[in-house]
Design a protein around this ligand. Structure first.
Ligand code: FAD
Length: 448
């Protein structure tokens, strides 16, 4: 009988298992090896204030096709919800500012975009930027802070770019590479854009109708359940600890012999599993660091008057410990329907992991103090949930795509092996779904 294994039960592993079931048929033996007691990885839905609330990922980019298509396949399209359209704010210099419009992840195409957020000297510098020649070697890469700081100055980096990039990667722009995080900007620079402002204008996506993001009414938990139900894997609760060739198949500890394997684990664990079978790929995976963070979800009483905004992103260098607040009951109409206020405070960035190890009580207290500072709200929560994400997000540093190419080239030489996950072509759920689909197809090729 055909036997396959998937290592890692996050969204990437669950989608890989589901795709393998579709490719291999009902009789194939599919084993899902997940070391923790629950599946979902960075997707987790808990009950708070009488209903489901996501305490990991809470949204997906709706303009990418993968998640809506997957939900449709699983009969879950009626779960899709749209955000309210309320805009976020930025907390900078001890005050709230509207999130700039007309930037590419906070990098402006003109000074006008950042009026009010940065000082007059910085605005003048952005205005003058097109007049000083830009030196960019096509194909090169650098961190976003260096590129933006050299052209526009530190305030643009800390007040505009960091809050936005930090929201995606849990890191500062110092640790994020231009090519992986802003691929359209790198492409415009490669094509010879004369200035950074010109490159941003060229790289900005065409405005499209419809919401940018979507979410699931009952949380990501419903997607995890549906994938498990359709994939019907044998779930083994253990850490996969070794992988080696076994004839024309694979030996995976603790599962045994299988025809093919999909590895859908975070970078350091991938590095360990590939060490003997693909040393260069293993070394490249070992070079991808992880950032830890923690989400504190607060349920606030009915009548609480949250700002009419979807969230508050915190600029670097502020005295707050929180890096962002999602005002969930303002952002998502389906959560507002429950009455009461729902807020998610996030803490911890790459290089600042200590806060993640504070106690639950300390974290709830920090979330309340920081929320009071930015909104003036001091209401006692009626419920709270704390979710730590140790190693939550891979850091896409400069030359990340080279590392990904080394990983994928190394694995492509090995029949029956596939790799998937947040470390490859995007940390977002849609990119994970795409990588898992590709990995399952690659691994299943040995089954004919
Ligand atoms: C706080 C937070 C908020 C986010 N918000 C969003 C969002 O709103 N929208 C969005 O699109 N994305 C968001 N993301 C990113 C997205 O959630 C993740 O990148 C994605 O869920 C990662 O999925 P994965 O399956 O690749 O990895 P993971 O979820 O990390 O799953 C890997 C699994 O492998 C298991 N594992 C590890 N080693 C082994 C081993 N040796 N043997 C067996 N099992 C092992 C782990 O226990 C884990 O379950 C967010 C991430 C975080 C942390």
């Amino acid at each position: 009988m055909t036997a396959f294994a998937v290592v890692g039960g996050g969204i990437s592993g669950l989608v890989a298992a589901y795709r393998l079931r579709g490719l291999l048929g009902p009789d194939a033996e599919i084993t899902l090896v997940e070391e923790s007691a629950r599946v979902g990885g960075k997707l987790r839905t808990v009950t708070l204030a009488g209903g489901p609330v996501d305490v990991g990922a809470e949204a997906f980019i709706a303009r990418r096709p993968e998640v809506p298509a997957l939900l449709a396949e699983l009969g879950l399209s009626d779960q899709v919800v749209e955000p309210s359209g309320a805009r976020p704010l930025i907390w900078s210099g001890g005050a709230l500012h509207p999130l700039p419009i007309g930037t590419l992840m906070g990098v402006p195409a003109s000074a006008q975009a950042l009026t009010g957020l940065v000082d007059a000297q910085t605005l003048a510098r952005i205005d003058a930027e097109p007049r000083s020649p830009l030196h960019w070697r096509p194909g090169s890469d650098t961190d976003v802070a260096t590129l933006v700081g050299e052209r526009f100055g530190e305030q643009v980096v800390r007040r505009s770019v960091d809050p936005l990039l930090g929201g995606v990667y849990s890191g500062l722009s110092d640790s994020i590479g231009v090519r992986a995080a802003l691929p359209t900007l790198a492409a415009a620079l490669d094509r010879g854009a004369p200035s950074l402002t010109a490159a941003v204008a060229e790289a900005m996506p065409e405005p499209k109708p419809g919401p940018v993001f979507g979410g699931l009414r009952d949380g990501y938990g419903v997607l995890l359940d549906a994938l498990l139900e359709r994939a019907r894997p044998t779930v083994v609760t253990a850490g996969a600890s070794g992988l080696r060739r076994d004839g024309d198949g694979w030996w995976l500890d603790p599962v045994g012999r299988v025809d093919g394997v999909v590895l859908a684990v975070p970078a350091p664990r991938l590095a360990a599993l590939l060490r003997d079978v693909a040393p260069a790929a293993s070394a490249a995976a070992a070079d991808v660091p992880l950032a830890s963070s923690v989400v504190v979800a607060l349920a606030l009483p009915v009548g609480v008057d949250l700002p009419q905004n979807s969230g508050i992103l915190v600029a670097t260098g502020e005295s707050l410990r929180a890096k962002a607040f999602t005002l969930s009951s303002r952002k998502w109409p389906h959560l507002a329907e429950r009455g009461g206020g729902l807020v998610r405070a996030s803490f911890g960035r790459f290089g600042d992991a200590a806060v993640v190890d504070a106690t639950d009580d300390e974290l709830v207290a920090l979330a309340r103090t920081d929320l009071a500072e930015v909104t003036g709200l001091r209401a006692d929560p009626v419920g709270a949930a704390v979710q730590r994400w140790h190693g939550g997000l891979p850091q896409y540093g400069p030359r990340h795509l080279d590392r990904v190419a080394t990983i994928e080239d190394g694995v492509a030489e090995l029949p029956g092996l596939g790799v998937a996950g947040a470390l490859l072509h995007g940390v977002g759920v849609p990119a994970c779904v795409a990588s898992a689909t590709a990995a399952a197809r690659a691994a299943a090729r040995v089954a004919g």
